[in-house]
Design a binder for this molecule. Structure first.
Ligand code: GAL
Length: 825
């Protein structure tokens, strides 16, 4: 989390920052840079040339790329599709799902064209540097197997698409003239279990600094002593150069310096400073207070480098029987797992899309995120620091033994250590990270080699960061009890296997268990199936799953079973539900059916719209706000007189249901079964069109809240609602506009599937749309889509000129909807 103070530039973006720097600097090759400043960070965003497929000599500086497509980075070359069932079709038996016979899996990796080679080229200039500059080329992820060429020479390569990595390119850079960067990426088939995306999907930066400078990721800030009067902040800083001095200032959230220290002594290549901060404000999910450490490096008395690192003051403890505590208070992880794709915009990292996800999760009461099953984006970590989420940062889905033919096992022996080192060094100053994970359901859980690997990896994490424990998400719980694998880990993580928690707790020596992955309940937003019964791997002809939230996989369970463990066992330290949002790929239970190309596991759908389950979790996790949610919808033409159960997810203990004014009785949560403990259920309601109403009672039996659902008439009018009505005019910011259709009386039409069209005018562009239907083959980037269960979401992106954006949504026979969004610089 290293921010270079004042000196982040976007190439060919004339930002306010660069205008200021003109005062000190000079104009070069159309971009402005400061010569005086200690370091320059150039983010290569614009004017990339991109080509699908391999091309001879594309690495050479003189190569003519003028016919290639112009793109901005972050970029995902596959998200525009089209979907195609033949792409990465995998005829396999998924052993970890208990399959013994190979079947043809379509859509397992999203059915989007990510396989093959892609080339990117970018021309850039750096400030006219003299011989004493050092230049680094930094990639925050590149999918995958990037090979990197600068000015026609290969400067390096990396294998793992999720890793952050950099190369020192001082010997290859031209200080006075054009530099040409070329990157080749190769995605193999059978290399993933989900949609990994394709291309330069995270940021690429050029860092120009002095030879005497702070090392990349060379800062490590910890807070070993915390009392209410004082925190000891330990700042370790690796630096290069002679006759060095380090001045470190700690600033509070308002930028006021609250403590500082000057160190003349360097231990080997590292300064170590211990700085007292008085009356520290602690970081927590409720109070995500952040400090900044500003490190200034002097050589022979001259300022040579300066970086700013954000950090938080907080303590973490994991104790047998007691559990996990943050700042000395026991707290359970109310977590969700997330894959890295952002639905309709694919994997190209975008901060406003990430912020929207976290805003939705915050309202649900989530306090922790697990980056399944790989390194998170740095943007996501920054947001978790700011918004208050704890983070379980994971590294691998495979070690030496394969899950998929071309998976990470190909690189494990040679790369695992350096991938972990980069993960830890690049992210360890984020207060949000409270645990590392070295693996997910690795087949190495079997046998003694696996236990050795678990220890080897854990030792690397400990060496790089002695302050946080390491877990592995284990699904082969019995094997890990027998082999010693589970005993090695700091924190034993169980994926599913609710029936084995007790045994594991007794067998493992740690005295606590983490639900590292839980539930994997499947549902489709707004779709309800009858009869309402619990089921595993249930399939329907429309390839949807029921939103009564009673369907799971052969290996997984409904949320209620996890709630029981979380509530009754103090030694269970929390859970990470699979998953917070639907993601591209892994369309279980329809992985052999077509069309079906994205998951059903999400608590929210691929468009980010909440499914019913959202309210089930919210009723437990959001302890501040009222939750009173009723399902299903009440538009069941043709089901008159048939049993149509009504469920209510609420933080209240009891409620009374009325259908067209008639009481259907009072239900009270009770211990007779896990579902009755957490849901209010009226199982015998016979459908009549009209109104269902729920009245909730407080503990004394007083009515305190009510909600109604009405049968809707014909779709009449489109209604638009934006998550934000003001955007930054930075060419990246996004507004998410939920479009729904209502009848003449304004009642939402829950089964509408009208085809809609989108038009954007003014200071922005149409970016994408999504409706959350896992079976839809409509492309996200085209300005038309069908409603799914009466809703969809349109993404509108600002351009770089401040002004007004107008989105118009129309559909045949429907009153058009319009919304304005303003943008500012
Ligand atoms: C787990 C696995 C996840 C996902 C999930 C689906 O076993 O770790 O990546 O596949 O199952 O239920």
């Amino acid at each position: 989390m290293i921010l270079s103070k004042r000196h982040i530039y976007n190439n060919s973006t004339v930002s306010k920052l660069s205008v200021i720097c003109v005062l000190f600097g000079f104009l070069f090759s159309g971009s402005t840079y400061s010569q005086e400043t200690e370091r320059t960070v150039l983010t290569l965003e614009k004017n990339w040339r991109f080509h699908r497929g391999d091309v001879e000599n594309a690495f050479s500086q003189s190569f003519d790329d003028s016919k290639w497509e112009t793109v901005t980075v972050p970029h995902d070359w596959a998200i525009k599709g089209p979907f195609d069932k033949e792409i990465d079709k995998q005829t396999v038996a998924i052993v970890q799902n208990g399959e013994q016979v190979a079947t043809e899996k379509t859509g397992r990796t999203g059915a989007l064209p990510y396989i093959g080679v892609g080339w990117y080229r970018n021309n850039f200039s750096i400030p006219n540097s003299s011989a004493d500059k050092k230049v680094l080329l930094l990639f925050e992820g590149a999918m995958s197997e990037p090979e990197i060429f600068l000015n026609g020479k290969k400067v390096g390569s990396w294998n793992y698409g999720y890793s952050y990595f950099y190369f020192d390119v001082t010997d290859h850079i031209r200080g006075n003239g054009k530099n040409t960067l070329a990157v080749k990426l190769t995605n193999r088939e059978l290399s993933s279990r989900w949609y990994p995306g394709a291309g330069l999907y995270r940021n690429v930066r050029v860092i120009v600094k002095n030879k005497e400078s702070i090392d990349q990721w060379g800062t490590f800030i910890t807070t070993p002593v915390i009392t209410s009067e004082l925190a000891k902040v330990n700042v370790k800083t690796k630096a290069s150069g002679k006759d060095l001095k380090m001045v470190t200032k700690i600033q509070d959230a308002e930028g006021k310096t609250v403590a500082s220290d000057t160190a003349h002594t360097i231990y080997g290549d590292e300064f170590e400073q211990n700085i007292a901060v008085e009356n520290p404000k602690l970081w927590s999910p409720e109070t995500p207070y952040l400090y900044t450490s500003v490190s200034q490096l002097y050589a022979y008395g001259i300022l040579k480098d300066e970086i700013s690192t954000r950090f938080g003051i907080r303590s973490i403890k994991y104790e047998a029987e007691k559990g996990f505590s943050l700042n000395d208070s026991i707290i359970k992880f109310k977590g969700v797992c997330l894959h890295h794709d952002l639905g309709p915009i694919g994997t190209a990292v975008n901060k406003s899309a990430l912020r929207r996800q976290l805003t939705i999760l915050k309202d649900m009461g989530v306090n922790a995120i697990r980056s399944a099953h790989n390194m998170p984006s740095l943007e996501q970590l920054e947001l978790c620091d700011e918004m208050g989420f704890m983070f379980l940062a994971e590294s691998f889905d495979e070690w030496a033994k394969p899950k998929v033919e071309n998976g990470y096992h190909l690189f494990f022996e040679t790369d695992a250590e350096k991938d972990i080192v980069n993960l830890v060094q690049a992210t360890r100053n984020h207060p949000s990270i409270v645990m590392w994970s070295s693996g997910n359901e690795v087949p190495d859980q079997w046998g003694s080699d696996g236990a050795k690997r678990a220890k080897w990896l854990q030792d690397i994490f400990h060496r790089e960061d002695p302050t946080r424990p390491v877990t592995v998400g284990m699904d082969q719980v019995e094997a890990t009890m027998a082999s010693g694998f589970g005993a090695v880990l700091d924190i034993p993580g169980l994926n599913y296997r609710v029936h084995l928690y007790e045994d594991a707790y007794k067998a493992f020596p740690q005295g606590l268990i983490l639900g590292s992955e839980t539930a994997s309940t499947v549902s489709s937003r707004g779709i309800y199936k009858f009869p309402v019964v619990e089921a595993k791997m249930k399939q329907y002809p429309d390839f949807q799953s029921s939103s009564y939230d009673l369907e799971a996989c052969s290996w997984s369970n409904i949320p209620d079973l996890d709630f029981v463990l979380q509530d009754d066992k103090p030694w269970v330290i929390g859970e990470f539900v699979w998953t917070g949002f639907d993601y591209l790929g892994e369309p279980t239970p329809y992985d052999t059916a077509w069309p079906s190309r994205s998951s059903y596991f999400g608590i929210n759908d691929l468009a980010g719209l909440p499914k019913d389950r959202y309210y089930l979790y919210r009723s437990r996790w959001n302890t501040k706000d009222e939750t009173l949610h009723m399902l299903p919808h009440w538009n069941w033409e043709g089901r008159e007189g048939e049993i149509t159960p009504v469920f209510v997810y609420t933080n209240y203990d009891s409620a009374e249901l009325f259908m067209n004014g008639k009481s259907m009785g009072i239900q009270k949560k009770n211990m007779s079964s896990p579902t009755h403990r957490y849901r209010l259920m009226w199982m015998d309601v016979k459908y009549e069109p009209g109104t269902i109403k729920i009245v909730a009672f407080d503990a004394d039996g007083n009515p305190v809240a009510e909600k109604e659902t009405h049968t809707a008439g014909k779709p009449y009018k489109l209604v638009l609602e934006a998550d934000r009505t003001q955007l930054d005019a930075d060419g990246k910011d996004l507004a998410f506009i939920t479009v729904s259709v209502v009848d003449k009386n304004g009642i939402p039409c829950p089964i509408a599937t009208n085809q809609l069209k989108f038009k954007v005018k003014g200071a922005g562009t149409y970016r994408a749309a999504a409706n959350g239907d896992a079976t839809s083959l409509e492309m996200f980037h085209l300005p038309t889509m069908k409603l799914f269960s009466g809703k969809l979401v349109v993404l509108v992106q600002s351009d770089e000129n401040a002004g007004e954006i107008e989105l118009t949504v129309s559909g045949k026979g429907l009153k058009t909807g319009k919304i304005n969004i303003s943008t500012k610089n």
